[in-house]
Structure formats: structure tokens, C-alpha cells
Design a protein around this ligand. Structure first.
Ligand code: SF4
Length: 318
């Protein structure tokens, strides 16, 4: 039985019921993809509906200011994603072919639009802010192009299932792509296979997998290795990603940047000199002032804040 048949049979009974799986609207799919970067699905679900109420279409978000999208993203973290989503929308609005609305490469066939092989993946990857994973995800989930979006979950599951590699690294991606015919059917529901793999990655094939109960264990060359109990998580994967942190501060800078943004968002305008004490109980102006100034400067450069006359605000009319 082909790999995809096993995966899809399991998925049909066990797959998660998620709103972005019930649409082929590239906008909604992009919103979900960007929100789910660094955000758990349960949390993403709440923000997904909220965002779509405020920005239901490409056009609505494309005309939003930095301040508006930052307000709408409040609580999700990694706020640059909000600006990135808006900036991608502006590029899509400028080129309707990215929405599948018109393109010299498309031909109409009985009312539906047909694409040449992976046209959309090729077009989307050229956009600023869109990487190979997102381009492939939009191409397959929205436009039903036959391609594999490879993120850490897909890499982990397919590296194990195809090659028996217990902890696959990004260098394996080309090998995975070269084996597309072992993963996706030529026709039919190839676009559901990655969704099945996402769910398998969550339920069984996690960093430390539960092979004993996995529906793929009889065909997976990594299962015996894990079941032997001799596989250890590689040290480089146990170590937490190194995030920049100022001297002996309790949290990485990312947390303090989030606090600064929240402070400014909630107060409208804050004096630069008041920020340190407001976001850090251990603030000491003699050694922390420059650190706060540098974070504000970086956020200003990223388009998240404005600074003038010693006051920090959200950007206006950008
Ligand atoms: S058998 Fe184990 S390693 Fe293979 S796919 Fe299932 S959980 Fe992953």
C-alpha cells in the first residue's frame, strides 16, 4: 500500500478539524501559515478568527497602517509577522495573478482555472517575506499544485519514514523533494497528505516519537531504532536556541521588546526615559539605558514604533 494511502486513511479518521483546512482562499491560508509560525494551533485558532473579522480580504489588510496591524496582532507575539503579512498582501494586491485571478500562464477550462505545473509556487517564492515553505504551502493548499511544503514537522516525519533518519536536518530536504513520488499521489488528494503529516507529527512523530502506537510503524524504517530505546535526542536539538539577552536579565530581549510594544500600544505615547522602569523591574539606568534605546531603535527600524521629541509612539499612517 502506498505511503499516502496509509497516511490519508489515518488522517480521515484522526485529522484535526481546522478552519484553514476548509478553504482554498490563499489569503486565509496565508494568515494561518504566518500565525502558526511560533504559535500553537489552539492559540492560533482564536487569533485567526479575530484577524479575519478585522481584515477579511487582501484589500482590507493591504491598506492597513502599521499601527492598525500591530493592534490587531496584540497578544500573539513575534509582532514583525503582522507587518510581514500586510506587506505580502500589498504585493498580492499589486499582482492579481498571485490570487489566481488572471495570468498569462493560465487557461480557462470549463469555468475552472488551470495552472501549469507549480506556477504559483514559483511566483509566490519571489515575494518579499515568503520563503520556500510558505510558497509551497500556498501552492498546494490553495491552488492544488503537487508540491511538498517542508517545515520542521514534515522534515522530521518524512526523514524518518522515507530514510529511517531519526533526527533529520535541513540538508535532507532535497532528498525529500526528489522522493515526491513516494509521498504524494499523482492525482487526487495529494494536497491533504502534508496535512496528514502535520497531524502525525503532533500525535505520534514528535521530537521523541511514540512509535509503538503510530499507524506507520510497520512501514517506517526508523520505528525499530526508536523502539530499541537506544536513540537519544541529539545534543544540538536539546539546547535551546540562543536568544540575545542583556547582561543578567531574566528574559531574552524578545520578551522586553514585546513589553515595550504593549506599553506603547496601550498608552499611545510614552517618554523614552520611562520605558525602562515600566518594562523591567530590575531596570538600572546606568547600565540599561542604552539597551532600551537600542531595542527601541531596532523596533523603529522594523516599522513597529516611531520615535521623536523623546517620545515613542506606534507608527502613524505608514
Ligand atoms: S513509526 Fe515512529 S518514527 Fe516512524 S513515523 Fe511513526 S512515530 Fe515517526
Amino acid at each position: 500500500m502506498p505511503l499516502w494511502t496509509r497516511l490519508l486513511r489515518w488522517y480521515d479518521k484522526n485529522g484535526r478539524d481546522l478552519p484553514w483546512r476548509k478553504t482554498r482562499d490563499p489569503y486565509r491560508i496565508l494568515v494561518s501559515e504566518i500565525m502558526l509560525q511560533q504559535t500553537q494551533v489552539s492559540r492560533g485558532l482564536i487569533f485567526y478568527e479575530r484577524w479575519l473579522r478585522q481584515f477579511p480580504s487582501w484589500n482590507k489588510v493591504a491598506i492597513a497602517t502599521n499601527s492598525q496591524v500591530i493592534h490587531a496582532w496584540a497578544g500573539l507575539g513575534y509582532n514583525r509577522r503582522a507587518l510581514m503579512l500586510r506587506d505580502i498582501a500589498r504585493q498580492v494586491v499589486a499582482d492579481p495573478s498571485l490570487r489566481g485571478l488572471s495570468s498569462t500562464k493560465q487557461s480557462r477550462d470549463k469555468g475552472s482555472i488551470r495552472f501549469a505545473r507549480n506556477d504559483m509556487e514559483d511566483a509566490w517564492i519571489k515575494l518579499k517575506g515568503v520563503g520556500p515553505y510558505t510558497a509551497a504551502a500556498i501552492a498546494t493548499f490553495a491552488f492544488h499544485e503537487r508540491t511538498i511544503p517542508i517545515d520542521t514537522n514534515i522534515r522530521r516525519v518524512l526523514g524518518r519514514l522515507l530514510f529511517g533518519t531519526t533526527y533529520p536536518q535541513p540538508a535532507i530536504d532535497d532528498k525529500i523533494r526528489a522522493n515526491v513520488d513516494h509521498v504524494l499521489p499523482k492525482r487526487g488528494r495529494f494536497f491533504d497528505v502534508p496535512q496528514a503529516i502535520f497531524d502525525l507529527a503532533t500525535t505520534h512523530c514528535a521530537k521523541v516519537p511514540t512509535c509503538a502506537t503510530c499507524p506507520m510503524r510497520t512501514v517506517c524504517p526508523a520505528a525499530a531504532k526508536f523502539l530499541s530505546g537506544r536513540v537519544r535526542v541529539p545534543k544540538q536539538m536539546v539546547k535551546k536556541a540562543v536568544e540575545s539577552r542583556h547582561r543578567d536579565k531574566r528574559f531574552p530581549d524578545r520578551i522586553y521588546r514585546g513589553r515595550i510594544l504593549r506599553l506603547v500600544r496601550e498608552n499611545g505615547s510614552v517618554a523614552l526615559d520611562e520605558i525602562g522602569q515600566a518594562v523591567d523591574v530590575g531596570y538600572d539606568a546606568t547600565v540599561d539605558h542604552d539597551w532600551i534605546v537600542a531595542m527601541v531603535g531596532r523596533m523603529e527600524k522594523d516599522g513597529m514604533l516611531s520615535y521623536s521629541d523623546n517620545r515613542v509612539t506606534l507608527p502613524i499612517n505608514v
